[in-house]
Design a protein around this ligand. Structure first.
Ligand SMILES: [Zn+2]
Length: 419
């Protein structure tokens, strides 16, 4: 397959008339200043595939339905639990397929699904103990995007070790060995990786928090209440607890990292940090110290799916910092694009750049829409929205063309599953 991109993001800058050749799902040639009449032309700006490093697919069912009352993260969580209560593997598959289709349309070529809804209501295993995980993996396959299933350990309902209750029984395997045994049955495959997650210091006791092979993700300090409980029980911040357990380092990605002390920020140096700014504002979490975390590899996530748009996430990263500091210009566009294309956070070190040998992911963004007309190509990340994505290639497969998914009607799939 050959594409000719009018403008493409190569390395950390825009190049013109870039001939891109693909074989067996990898880039085999990337040449600027080329001419080629046989190649499929991609207009606008072509970016590397976007990586959605933190997602809970089923939260999409809550979009536009939680704003009728006041409240906090904790009242929103009650609404989320009501959705979690009623999903079965088939319903989960149909919902996740539609949501991953929406991600594909937004230029997301890989999703990190932070998966904790494992068991039947009441907590009993399904006949296939990974029925829910397999439903999510199959949904990503049908939507045409790669997935890292981050299977989450969830054992307690509070930092001081209270047992799970209500719908949380569906999340818990009962013990660390039972969780490992079940996760070992999940098999990686073409476009599928299996990673691990510790839900949070609320849901995982200190004595089982330990490093694992491969990427590990964990929610961290999204809420002040979590920090206060951790201080009361462990005498330290959640970040310090992770450090004590040997969990900080390049294999780990902490999610949110909103309420940190200066020493937390220093301790997180070199540990991945996934920020989810549109969720953090939707849930009134607060504004995290994104710029102070510059020595941590940053990634972005759509998390609660209040928006599925990594352009909006990247822009919000900068804009929230402006509101917090009353100054402009904290992140260069190249840094925002690096965060939005951080596939390494999901264990895919060979994706996220348009370069020979890498996985052939491309995202074409139109520059002639009402949103993007007139924007400089270098600053398109600030002007574009998911709706400006016209074409998406994942591992060499053209899954979005002319702004439409080639496999199914995504809007209809969403309407059917969230009536
Ligand atoms: Zn989350």
């Amino acid at each position: 397959m050959k594409y000719l991109a009018e403008k493409a993001w190569i390395g950390d800058r825009i190049e013109h008339d870039v001939l891109i050749e693909i074989a067996d799902g990898r880039f085999t040639r990337v040449q600027s200043g080329a001419r080629n009449d046989e190649a499929t032309r991609l207009g606008g700006v072509v970016l590397p595939g976007l990586s959605n490093a933190h997602s809970h697919a089923f939260h999409r069912a809550l979009r536009g339905r939680t704003h009728g009352e006041r409240g906090s993260f904790w009242t929103w969580r009650e609404l989320m639990y009501r959705v979690a209560e009623r999903l079965d593997p088939d319903g989960y598959f149909r919902l996740a397929r539609a949501v991953f289709g929406e991600m594909a349309l937004a230029g997301i070529t890989c999703v990190g699904e932070f998966h904790y809804l494992h068991h039947q209501p009441g907590g009993r295993s399904y006949d296939d103990p990974n029925a829910m995980g397999h439903a999510v993996i199959e949904a990503a396959r049908e939507a045409g995007i790669r997935i890292t299933l981050l299977d989450a350990l969830y054992l307690t309902s509070s930092v001081d070790g209270k047992p799970v209750h209500g719908v949380q029984r569906r999340f818990s395997d009962g013990s660390w060995p039972a969780w490992r045994e079940r996760v070992a049955l999940l098999k990686p495959g073409d476009g599928v990786r299996v990673g691990a997650a510790y839900h949070s210091v609320r849901a995982v006791p200190e004595d089982v928090l330990e490093p694992l092979d491969g990427p590990v993700h964990i929610h961290l300090s999204e809420q002040r209440a979590e920090n206060e409980a951790c201080l009361a029980v462990h005498g330290c911040t959640p970040t310090e607890l992770l450090r004590r357990c040997g969990l900080l380092g390049p294999e780990t990605t902490v999610v949110h990292a909103t309420h940190l002390t200066d020493s937390d920020v220093a301790a997180l140096r070199g540990t991945g940090v996934c920020l989810c700014p549109t969720t953090e504002r939707d849930l009134a979490d607060g504004i995290g110290p994104a710029r102070a975390l510059r020595r941590s590899p940053l990634s972005l996530g759509s998390d609660s799916q209040s928006v599925i748009d990594l352009f909006a996430e990247a822009e919000a990263l900068e804009m929230h910092e402006r509101l917090a500091t009353e100054r402009r210009g904290h992140f260069a566009p190249a840094e925002l694009i690096a965060a939005a294309t951080n596939h390494a956070a999901l264990g895919w070190d060979d994706a996220g750049r348009i370069a020979v040998g890498r996985r052939a992911d491309l995202v074409a963004v139109r520059t002639d829409s009402v949103r993007t007309a007139g924007a400089e190509a270098e600053q398109v990340i600030y002007a574009a929205r998911a709706a400006d994505v016209t074409d998406v290639v994942v591992d060499g497969r053209h899954i979005v063309s002319g702004g439409r998914h080639t496999g199914f009607d995504v809007a209809q799939a969403l309407r059917e599953v969230i009536p």
